[in-house]
Design a protein around this ligand. Sequence first.
Ligand SMILES: NC(=O)c1ccc[n+]([C@@H]2O[C@H](COP(=O)([O-])OP(=O)(O)OC[C@H]3O[C@@H](n4cnc5c(N)ncnc54)[C@H](O)[C@@H]3O)[C@@H](O)[C@H]2O)c1
Length: 320
Amino acid sequence: MRWLVTGGAGYIGAHVVTALSESGIESVVVDDLSTGRAARVPFGVPLVRADVRDAAAVREVFRRHRPGGVIHLAARKDVAESTAHPLRYYQDNLDGLRCVLAAVAASGTRRVLFSSSAAVYGTPRRSPVREEDPAEPANAYGRTKLIGEWMLRDAAAGAGFRWGALRYFNVAGAAAPQLRDEGGTNLVPRLLRAAALGIPATVYGTDYPTPDGTAVRDYVHVADIADAHVRAALALAEGELHDEVLNVGRGEGASVLQMIAAVARATGRPLLFDAAPRRPGDPASVVASPVRIRSRLGWQARHGLQSIVTSSIAEVAKAA
Ligand SMILES: NC(=O)c1ccc[n+]([C@@H]2O[C@H](COP(=O)([O-])OP(=O)(O)OC[C@H]3O[C@@H](n4cnc5c(N)ncnc54)[C@H](O)[C@@H]3O)[C@@H](O)[C@H]2O)c1
């Protein structure tokens, strides 16, 4: 069975396509290359350059490639940009999903896996946060992901396909130089850039109610995220995953200062930082409960924090 991977030329998507190929699962990529790069797509995997908001183009891909399942990653992901341009995010993230779901409903495709995000929780009322806890996103990006989950659920009920939504926590690291994150706004790329330039990193908020005062997040290696997709795709195909939202995180938090220390350990040089005020909408602590994904997919993160940081540094160095 062939999987259609939207956004498969992006940072996470290319890791997913690579992991599918390594597991002997065929895929075809649709990507408009707005933030993705064709060179990330493994040799032998067809890449269709198209915008997923283009309904006719998406229908044509389904007609030509007849995917048995879809992994939908194509989206914009910059929280600050989503606050400045919310309607652009509603249009890009939700029109794209709607076109893909319309093509699924009109075709024989019976499985959809959706890239959701820990951003749907906003400021969690407890930590670790579980899937059944309230979803109260704090920004437009998170709201597009929550509405996306609702849209998926409704479309599946109407058309009768199976679905899964993976709520990734903070994705970092790289499995190979050409696959690394070039987005630059997430913490690990920001810290690495500061380290490479020999300038202090900016730490937003040093007065949070956390052990060292800086924000705590659940960092998860992108190779583990890719593995979760392979397992979820197989489980959807086997009928073992039914219409569920799953957290994808390690279940362990790390503060910004702990990440700075991990970068310093990996580079062998201290990394200084400047304290800046908290950014609006940034919660103190967001850590996943990985209990459900472990029970449904047998998934567990294999990479720890140092491996996440070291792989990012090694890959930046190799790619330079
Ligand atoms: N990186 C993270 O920490 C993180 C966390 C939670 C969720 N996510 C989600 O994971 C998915 C992938 O994120 P990423 O980090 O790989 O980002 P990315 O920007 O590297 O990848 C997104 C890919 O989608 C493509 N794309 C965007 N809009 C498109 C459109 N309209 N038509 C066709 N292709 C389009 C881009 O060219 C790119 O290749 C996104 O849905 C994102 O919201 C990411």
